[in-house]
Unconditional design. Structure first.
Length: 108
């Protein structure tokens, strides 16, 4: 059995390419989820919908949300108002699409 000779260690480049693919995939997914949340968000003045954004929240995590204080009450409801979810469905309701985006960005 012949031995294998390694002439170049491309581990660093492979890791960099993987990290770049993950970052691009997460950004694309974040934009998609943000769009889905905005489409689902109930509108009175438009303040809540316009506040919805996404950001990288970890090496492999993208988060969508709002900084408008009453956003949680719209999402979850109160004793006087029914829930009108817009963030959770946007994050969880399109998993197959999000997986396809990551596959595309990772070359799978």
């Amino acid at each position: 059995m012949a031995g294998v000779e390694v002439r170049n260690d491309n581990t660093g480049q492979w890791e960099a390419d993987l990290a770049a693919g993950i970052a691009k995939g997460l950004e694309t997914i974040g934009l998609m989820a943000e769009g889905y949340a905005k489409a689902l968000c109930p509108v009175d003045t438009g303040r809540l919908r316009n506040s919805i954004t996404h950001q990288r929240s970890g090496p492999s995590t993208e988060a969508i949300g709002t900084n408008v204080g009453y956003g949680r009450y719209v999402e979850l409801g109160t004793s006087r108002a029914k829930a009108q979810p817009y963030l959770v469905p946007a994050a969880t309701g399109h998993a197959a699409e999000y997986r396809a985006v990551m596959r595309r960005h990772l070359g799978a």
